[in-house]
Design a protein around this ligand. Sequence first.
Ligand code: SF4
Ligand code: SF4
Length: 232
Amino acid sequence: MIIAEQKPFERIVEMTAKARNILVAGCGTCVTVCLAGGAKEVAVVASKLRLAAQNAGRKITVTEATIERQCENEFVEKLAPALKGVDTVVSLACGIGVQFLAEAFQNLPILPGVNTRFLGAPSKQGTWQEKCMACGDCRLDKTAGVCPMARCSKNLLNGPCGGSANGKCEVNPQKIECAWQLIIDRMEKLGRLDELEAITPPNDWSTAHDGGVRETASEQAVPAKTEAMKSV
Ligand code: SF4
Ligand code: SF4
């Protein structure tokens, strides 16, 4: 899932300095799970904005709405009624959700309330760790399901560097496991250790970011922008 974290609150105050009627919009999917932008975080940010405005002697209205996903039209259209009279939206969705709202509601400033960090999963309660950098050419079959690109600090494709010790990465032995140690351990368990003797060629980054905006087409129809969204 997409992992995000809340922006420093001072940045949100700064971005909304001229706003009078703010909607704080949450997203019920990834950012809810990683505790950055679900209904609870929306309520907290909205309360803090009201308090900050009160302390600054500014009169503002702050409303709240959380939809299931900010990156799909069928859910985004449900936000339209909540936008009546609103002059600024603070979206607590990931960068995709923010851009989706900006495209759907062109007459409104849509401000990012979170920083989108990476594609990851929980490593322990309350902590999320990067697992994939969306390289566009997944090779997890060759590395026993552990991604060396996202999880090795040096993105090494052919075994560990000299800084691997006791299963830890030299970049931060307290926190980071050596991805290559994980790969070796797992390949050994699967009885495939000998496969690691083959040299992996340099990665083909043409499937990643280098060719401009990436796109994947599906045969299934995608719902178009609805009338409710066009009217905002
Ligand atoms: S090989 Fe590429 S697509 Fe597969 S997990 Fe790693 S970064 Fe993601
Ligand atoms: S110690 Fe392991 S994870 Fe860290 S850079 Fe070296 S090979 Fe990669």
